[in-house]
Ligand binder design. Structure first.
Ligand code: 5AD
Ligand code: SF4
Length: 504
């Protein structure tokens, strides 16, 4: 066995007694602590800076980050890429030449987690080839005790595990990982901090993500997010407005405001009654063509917000409004804290104020003990609202959540069949919505060439529909621009069109 193989084989032996090491490099996650919502003030750290001692750490080294899950994770990856860049690391898309590999993970459903464990197994091959490669796991999965224990036991080639509240500690974690022979685990369970001025390396120059709040206090009974992302805390409006202004000045055309439950924005401000409606009203005045937000919770969607959104302009007429179920009994055991009637009344209010609105949603089928009749209530609600599109899921039990303890009498087969039946309805409505656009002129923000053909351009409408179109103008002149396109044909999931003109 040569030296390299010997070092690699050391990575897969049984876990050691870590206790002597815990204080220095080991902070374990605790779902129980993560559940607590303390009364202590949220701490704002206005000016994040990187210790000078770390600034040369990455010179001559490359990093690779693989991101799973939602847009919040995508944006966290941009922040980590920014930190890496500040440390002198260079990005690579080739895992084989990376000195640091991070998996930014998602815990929302079991299959998301299985993908990560599969990838971790796969990474052992690279670690054997290059034992100096640092492998890290971050994101929502690292906030789960069971996951961290499994990594400690079965994935000893992992060098670092850090949580969603520890991203700003990346330089220290890397330093510990370089110095330590043991796995570095740093996961803070309960966090109420907002950290400003973190560096970011944004993906692309047309659309940008902006966090407006972090965490979730809703504790829907199926959901792991309140445990993995901590308590609700909002960024101050002036910080958000400043960030959007800067992005507009840099030429970005579309902003996606991010939060797990954006309608709770501002609820944690002790000194003001400023809410999402107020924020949108201010952002409306910034010279940037499109502003969206995700994700909404129907319970906190207030009248003032509807009034502001109805003013239009750069506030797009598309609302993603997860309903999860159309049955009052299921909504109740999901702890969604609204009824079917409340949801339908809210939709009516929105439609009256915004006649051109496009509504999309999230739905879970096969909740523990969901009956056929309850499932049909979901289909019925879907038809009644006439959503444009939906993300649909089979319920996946998440350890530590109340729903995971519920006895479930719905078979896997039945769950799959319900998902198919729901997806048929989703496809029917989506198809109808697209068909209605045939012959119409839509505004498209051009992002580049289409996935399949270089000579076809692609972009999205204000209601987030993908449009592919041909133009006799060079692509460079249109990418990043808002253009008018006539819809020629509705495809299954997209629109086919022809270029008319650049929007003035
Ligand atoms: N099982 C299935 N789907 C889930 N979601 C959240 N938690 C679960 C779970 N345990 C879905 C919800 C949510 C979306 C982001 O993911 O529909 O809105
Ligand atoms: Fe999860 Fe959304 Fe419910 Fe929060 S509001 S617990 S993120 S489903």
């Amino acid at each position: 066995m040569n030296e390299e193989q010997r070092r690699a084989s050391q990575q897969v032996k049984e876990p050691k007694d870590y206790s002597k090491y815990f204080e220095k490099v080991f902070t374990a996650p605790s779902l129980k602590d993560a559940k607590k919502r303390g009364k202590e003030d949220i701490k704002y750290h206005k000016d994040f800076t990187i210790d000078e001692a770390f600034l040369q750490m990455g010179v001559g080294r490359k990093f690779y980050i693989r991101t799973y899950g939602c847009q919040m994770n995508e944006h966290d990856t941009e922040v980590m890429a920014g930190i890496f860049a500040s440390l002198g690391y260079e990005a690579t898309t080739n895992i084989e030449e990376a000195d640091v590999v991070l998996l930014n993970t998602c815990a929302i459903r079991e299959n998301a987690e299985n993908k990560v464990f599969g990838e971790l197994g796969f990474l052992l091959k690279y670690k054997r080839k290059n034992p100096d490669m640092l492998i890290g796991v971050c994101g929502c999965m690292s906030q789960e005790e069971a996951v961290v224990n499994k990594i400690l036991k079965q994935y000893q080639h992992v060098d670092m595990v850090f949580g969603t509240h520890n991203i700003h500690r990346l330089p220290n974690i890397l330093k510990d990982a370089y110095l330590s022979k043991e796995m570095v685990v740093e996961v803070w369970s309960k966090e109420g901090d907002v950290i400003e001025s973190l560096p970011k390396k944004r993906n692309g120059s047309i659309k940008a993500w902006v966090n407006i709040m972090y965490g979730c206090d809703k504790f829907c009974t199926y959901c792991i997010v309140p445990y993995t992302r901590g308590k609700e805390r909002s960024r101050r409006p002036e910080e958000i407005i400043q960030e959007v202004r800067e992005l507009a000045a840099q030429g970005y055309k579309e902003i996606m405001l991010l939060g797990q439950n954006v309608n709770a924005y501002g609820k944690d401000f002790e000194d003001s009654t400023y809410r999402l409606g107020d924020l949108m009203d201010e952002l409306r005045t910034i010279d940037i063509p499109r502003i969206r937000f995700t994700t909404s919770h129907p319970r906190d969607f207030d009248d003032h917000l509807i009034e502001v959104l109805a003013k239009g302009g750069n506030l797009v007429e598309h609302i993603h409004l997860p309903v999860q179920s159309g049955s009052n009994d299921i909504l109740k055991i999901m702890a969604r804290k609204y009824t079917r009637e409340h949801f339908l009344a809210l939709v009516d209010k929105i439609k009256v104020a915004m006649p051109n609105v496009t509504l999309t949603t999230d739905i879970i089928v096969g909740y523990p003990n969901e009956t056929e009749a309850q499932f049909e209530e979901t289909l019925d609600l879907y038809r009644q609202v006439g959503f444009d599109m939906a993300f649909t899921y089979i319920y996946s039990p998440r350890e530590g959540t109340p729903a995971a303890k519920m006895v479930d009498n719905v078979s896997d087969e039945e769950k799959k069949s319900r998902l198919h039946r729901l997806n048929d309805v989703v496809a029917e409505f989506s198809g109808k919505a697209l068909k209605k656009l045939e012959g119409q002129v839509v505004e498209v923000l051009v992002e580049g060439s289409s996935k399949r053909r270089d000579d076809v351009l692609a972009g999205y409408t204000r209601s987030n529909r993908l449009v592919n179109f041909e133009a006799d103008v060079p692509a460079e002149e249109l990418v990043g621009k808002l253009v008018h396109v006539r819809v020629v044909e509705a495809k299954t999931h997209s629109l086919q069109g022809e270029f008319i003109e650049v929007v003035k």
